[in-house]
Design a protein around this ligand. Structure first.
Ligand code: SIN
Length: 189
């Protein structure tokens, strides 16, 4: 069973309704934008790497057969590129529901493509959450993703859409692209 982090996130950061907050997205938040925002900008955060190490029981898998989705893993010197969105604070209620399967809002500083910085929030599923699956080789992850599916669609589409969105942003992520390579090969077998 996975633990629902919605309530914890609602308590975590007391935001005023009229506050505007930068949200850093690095996974599906880059390409599946079902929330209102005022502005979006390419951005990066330091000290984190994107990894398909989080289980998905509610979007790209099920309780019985969880999928694999991205989270951020602490890594000294790493830079993770993504998209930042300026959102009105009440939007976090909707985001907390979407990210409820183990992700917690974490305060972070992001760097925009012009070199300027801003404080904001990002959703991270840490290794102690119950849906966490942990490290595996890119080949094993691809095999896992290839067969998983949930209410939001196939796990392969999550991976392929993310890889395409990263390319579109001019971002290189070897981990994601290696998994994509294996998925495409599995599809051709
Ligand atoms: C994110 O995209 O920033 C968080 C992970 C996800 O929802 O895929």
């Amino acid at each position: 069973m996975s633990k629902n982090t919605f309530e914890e996130n609602q308590r975590r950061h007391r935001l005023e309704d009229d506050q505007r907050v930068w949200l850093f997205g690095y996974g599906s938040l880059i390409y599946l934008v079902d929330f209102p925002y005022l502005e979006s900008r390419p951005a990066s955060i330091r000290g984190w790497s994107r990894r398909f190490w989080q289980g998905s029981h509610d979007h790209r898998g099920t309780e019985e057969n969880p999928g694999r989705v991205v989270t951020l893993i602490e890594e000294a010197g790493a830079v993770c590129g993504g998209l930042a969105y300026l959102v009105e604070a009440p939007v976090f209620r909707q985001l907390d529901i979407r990210e409820k399967n183990g992700y917690l809002r974490v305060a972070t500083e992001m760097t925009f493509d012009d070199g300027s910085h801003a404080p904001g929030l990002t959703y991270i599923a840490t290794p102690d959450n119950e849906a966490y699956l942990g490290e595996a080789s890119e080949y094993e992850i691809a095999r896992h993703i290839y067969r998983a599916e949930g209410p939001s669609g196939t796990n392969a589409d999550y991976l392929l859409d993310l890889a395409a969105a990263l390319r579109e942003l001019g971002l290189h992520d070897q981990h994601v692209f290696d998994i994509e390579f294996h998925i495409l090969k599995l599809g051709n077998q």
